[in-house]
Design a protein around this ligand. Structure first.
Ligand code: ASP
Length: 328
């Protein structure tokens, strides 16, 4: 009994004023994109699950700080007090933006504590509902012939939608780039696509599944090497590799971060609550329903998460450089 009590005390961090963390102050999860989009959705579901797994009346709020492909929100967290009350939920942009911005206000591998990877999400290539095609081949032929007249929506340089759009334009060897339209998050871009103000977007399945299902947008392909045969809706769309785009493979991931210097006890408490949340059946069911896979391997540990992001930075640099012509 005594040993159990000591162990419990060891993982209960103390806040600045000696109260048990998190105490009554909320824990803000900064989402560096607009509300209602895929990153926001993961953050809200995770916050709800972590509220349960952290116990002790922990209270989470989601704060949307969109702009510049997620780098404005990430900067805010890098400079926040390392007291466990400001966290960041960021996606692959953590690894793609170093290759796209001349100067970031933070160093991805130095200015954060890594808490763990949350999920992996395929992307879907979608178009406005007015496009008169149903097959990927017709869609590609149309884009090829009309690229300079068409708009591609994305969430800013280095965002997942941007990365996917530039990789795809490069892979199909478009002669001319589409005009890109930047939004503070793909929730807003989606509104423009549904309304027909922009023509094409590539976005996480967590944001597109509902829109495809209700017929508000048209889907043409998924970005994973193979079609998503296990998903009730997305199984109907081919993968870009199956459509002849050799080696096309893009899966988005989301991870949780704290500012550098957060105490080890607080980090341990957060990591444990996060890992328990990733086992919560309600969280898993929501993610899987939207085509996402919850991470269960060693990348849910700080070291595994950091090693993975470091490798992604190395992997994405040449991909982005090769597709650089489509980078804006
Ligand atoms: N899906 C967005 C992106 O393209 C981000 C978001 O709005 O959550 O990066």
């Amino acid at each position: 009994m005594k040993r159990l009590l000591a162990a419990a005390l060891a993982v209960t961090a103390l806040s600045t004023f000696g109260q048990a963390y998190p105490g009554s102050r909320p824990i803000a999860i900064v989402v560096p994109f607009a509300a209602g989009g895929p990153t926001d959705r993961v953050a809200r579901d995770l916050a709800e699950a972590m509220r349960k797994t952290m116990g002790g009346g922990a209270h989470f709020v989601v704060e949307n700080v969109g702009g510049a492909g997620g780098t404005i929100g990430a900067t805010k967290v890098a400079k926040a007090a390392p007291d466990g009350h400001t966290l960041l939920l960021f996606h692959i942009g953590m690894a793609s933006t170093p290759a796209l911005y001349r100067k970031l206000q933070y160093k991805p591998l130095e200015d954060f504590e890594y808490l763990g990877l949350v999920n992996e999400v395929p992307m879907t290539l979608i178009g406005k509902p007015q496009l008169p095609f149903t097959t990927y081949r017709d869609f590609e032929a149309y884009i090829r012939a009309n690229a300079s007249k068409l708009n591609l929506a994305h969430a800013g340089l280095g965002s997942a939608s941007h990365l996917c759009g530039l990789m795809w334009q490069h892979a199909v060897k478009l002669n001319e780039a589409m005009t890109t339209v930047h939004f503070g998050g793909t929730a807003r871009a989606m509104t423009a696509l549904v309304g027909g103000q922009v023509d094409v977007m590539c976005d996480q399945t967590t944001n597109t599944t509902g829109q495809i299902e209700s017929g508000r947008v048209k889907a043409f392909a998924v970005t994973t090497p193979k079609a998503l045969s296990g998903h009730r809706l997305l199984k109907h769309y081919p993968s870009l590799q199956e459509m002849g785009l050799k080696d096309f493979n893009l899966t988005i991931w989301h991870g949780l971060y704290a500012p550098k210097g957060t105490s080890p006890a607080v980090l341990t408490q957060l990591n444990r609550a996060m890992k328990a949340a990733l086992k919560d059946p309600a969280f898993i069911q929501k993610q899987e329903g939207l085509g996402a896979m919850v991470v269960t391997d060693g990348r849910t540990e700080p070291e595994g998460h950091k090693a993975f992001v470091a490798a992604e930075i190395v992997k994405l640099k040449p991909v982005i450089e090769a597709a650089g012509k489509f980078a804006d």
